[in-house]
Design a protein around this ligand. Structure first.
Ligand SMILES: C[S@@+](CC[C@H](N)C(=O)[O-])C[C@H]1O[C@@H](n2cnc3c(N)ncnc32)[C@H](O)[C@@H]1O
Length: 252
């Protein structure tokens, strides 16, 4: 597979809310606090790498016109289904965050839960910041969070066991300092009748330094770049300690 190719989530998409939904309330808490001054000034938003659409739906509940973009067809299908069930005006677009385009510019682009770490090549960060800038109205905001190198060193080498009825996920990974990439092998056990079938999925994330992020934002004409450590927003999560995750807010 060429190094620039992104592996779309498959089983991780199908079981995402079931296994990782618990973490999204922290994301909502951070968004509500960090964007408190932005929300009153906007009428539209785009959630980039929207996953199953949880954040997009919350933005739509605020009365915003919302676009939701994701590369994974399964994620897009689940996000559409959730938006339809909730009766909320979310337009889901299957696209790559490196070159997506919206029907009209918006006041806010969000990209949450370390989705930016999924970009496969260092040089692609600039494509994402430029695509986000193009999607924004003048003065619009780009909000995102990233896993830091410390998280990759401390958390990714651990073995994770997540279990729900009929589904077991074991994740084992590591961090390769020379390439600046973290990886996780996801071993799935899915119950099929009285038997369990094993599947394998591979996830890779790229580590961005604060400097690389600032340079990519500046090159895309973002100004007034602010950042916060995520730990105070993830108070009951033992895996988000100080220095593990950073939130960014940049203004076009
Ligand atoms: C960790 S999940 C985060 C999902 C969601 N933002 C949330 O907060 O739950 C990462 C998401 O990024 C998406 N993704 C990965 N690479 C992408 C790309 N190049 N363009 C668009 N979406 C991408 C995946 O399909 C997945 O839905």
């Amino acid at each position: 597979m060429p190094r620039s190719t992104v592996r779309p989530y498959k089983l991780l998409a199908a079981h995402y809310d079931e296994l990782f939904g618990f973490a999204r309330s922290w994301g909502e808490f951070a968004r509500t606090n960090l964007l408190a001054n932005v929300f009153p000034k906007i009428d539209s938003a785009c959630d980039l790498a929207c996953g199953t659409g949880t954040a997009a739906l919350e933005l739509a509940r605020r009365g915003l016109k919302v676009y939701a973009v994701d590369l994974s067809p399964t994620m897009c299908r689940l996000a559409r289904k959730k938006a339809r069930a909730a009766g909320l005006p979310v337009q889901v677009i299957q696209a790559d965050m490196r070159n997506f385009r919206l029907p009209r510019p918006v006041g806010l682009v969000t990209c949450e839960f370390d989705a930016l770490n999924h970009i496969p090549r260092k040089k692609d960060l600039g494509s994402v910041t430029k695509a986000a800038a193009r999607a924004l109205q003048p003065g619009g905001h780009f909000y995102f969070d990233v896993n830091t190198r410390l998280a990759f060193e401390k958390i990714w080498p651990l073995t994770w066991w997540l279990e729900k009825p009929g589904v077991v996920l074991v994740m084992r990974g590591g961090y390769d300092e020379s390439s600046g990439k973290a990886f996780a092998n996801a071993e799935w056990f899915i119950r099929e009748g009285s038997l369990w079938r094993r599947h394998h999925e591979y996830v890779e994330q790229v580590c961005w330094t604060a400097r690389e992020i600032r340079e990519a934002l500046h090159a895309a004409s973002f100004r007034s770049i602010r950042k916060w450590d995520a730990a105070p927003f993830f108070k009951d999560d033992p895996f988000v300690r100080r220095g593990y995750r950073t939130f960014y807010l940049a203004r076009k």
